[in-house]
Design a protein around this ligand. Structure first.
Ligand code: NAD
Length: 323
């Protein structure tokens, strides 16, 4: 039931995730606008994937609909809610072509708003499986965004946060563990997406807190390396201080040590904060720090740093230094 996997969205994350599925022995059929429409002139990852796919004889299809027809399970890894809606419900989308579908499972790993995940899941439950129409069996959807970034996508050590049916989650574990080292069940449809945007909200705010405190420390004459050492054995310790320090020279191998290149782009963080703010408004939840973080990251993007890692907020917001 899991052997034929369709994969749509072969960007920074998807190209690496699909590669790990292929290495794990799944028969993978792929589609991306870059591969199939613009031809391989997109980013380097897409080009590399395209070359590897020729070597591995990976099947490519021109539309999501054709991927759907060739797959038992389809995984999507797309930039935002609009792209996900387009790939599922647009013309030639995964659900195009009548009420009978071949795939019994759709897994969306994009970071999108929980409501879009819930809407697509509800739409899919109106379909029936082609091979089992006698029993009117329905296909399923899991929202399964990831944490870990490009390095973990490449190493196959992502963590999936999964919403949907728990039974289906259990059945899909071989797929998750071919691309990641962990998969946490979060509850019903949309709860994986909800968990992901909450994680990134907490991350955005902790990065701002650490950056602001380290900038203040420096202005008071305490070196960022000294202050970070103190944080990391005190109550201010967090991932933003001990694993992803935003001040150049404090840690090696993190984006701040390579001019904030690679890592998680500020524009993606701004997008995730917009999703968190939107969800907070919808549920009537107070969100003063989300609003402030949203404002800061949007300013950072508008000033031209949208492609830099989000920890560049230290240099470009708190110290005001030029690149
Ligand atoms: P990306 O922009 O590198 O890749 C997205 C791919 O989707 C591109 O190749 C693009 O051509 C393709 N695409 C867009 N619209 C399409 C369509 N209609 N049909 C077919 N293909 C289409 O993005 P990414 O960095 O791989 O991120 C993907 C998702 O994962 C985002 O939601 C992001 O927030 C999330 N994410 C990213 C990271 C990270 O570190 N990059 C970490 C965790 C989660």
């Amino acid at each position: 039931h899991l052997q034929n996997v369709g994969f749509i969205g072969l960007g920074n994350m998807g190209s690496r995730m699909a590669t790990n599925l292929i290495k794990a022995g799944f028969s993978v059929t792929v589609h991306d606008l870059e591969v199939c429409v613009i031809y391989p002139v997109g980013n380097l990852e897409t080009l590399m994937f395209w070359i590897s796919s020729l070597i591995w004889e990976v099947a490519t299809r021109k539309t999501p609909c054709e991927v759907s027809e060739a797959s038992d399970v389809v995984v999507t890894m797309l930039p935002s809610s609009a792209h996900v809606n387009d790939v599922y419900t647009g013309p030639n989308g995964l659900l195009h072509g009548g009420k009978l579908l071949r795939p019994w499972l759709f897994i969306d790993s994009s970071t999108i708003d929980p409501q879009t995940s819930r809407n697509i899941s509800a739409t899919i439950s109106n379909y029936i499986l082609k091979e089992k129409k006698g029993d009117l069996e329905k296909p399923f959807m899991l929202d399964a965004p990831v944490s870990g970034g490009v390095i973990a996508a490449e190493a196959g050590t992502l963590t999936f946060m999964v919403g949907g049916s728990e039974e289906v989650f259990a059945a899909a574990k071989p797929l998750f563990f071919s691309m990641g080292k962990g998969a946490i069940y979060c509850g019903g449809a949309g709860n994986g997406s909800a968990a992901k945007i909450c994680n990134n909200l907490a991350l955005a705010v902790s990065m701002l807190g650490v950056s602001e405190a380290l900038a203040l420390g420096q202005s008071l004459g305490v070196a960022a390396s000294t202050l970070s050492k103190i944080f990391n054995c005190s109550s201010a310790r967090c991932w933003s201080s001990d694993s992803y320090n935003p001040v150049p020279g404090v840690m090696e191998g993190v984006p701040s040590s390579r001019d904030y290149n690679g890592g998680f782009a500020s524009k993606l963080m701004a997008k995730d904060l917009n999703l968190a703010a939107e969800s907070a408004k919808q549920t009537g939840c107070k969100h003063p720090l989300t609003s402030q973080a949203q404002k800061i990251y949007t300013e950072l993007c508008n000033e031209g740093h949208e492609g830099k890692d989000f920890s560049c907020v230290f240099r470009h917001y708190y110290t005001g230094m030029d690149e």
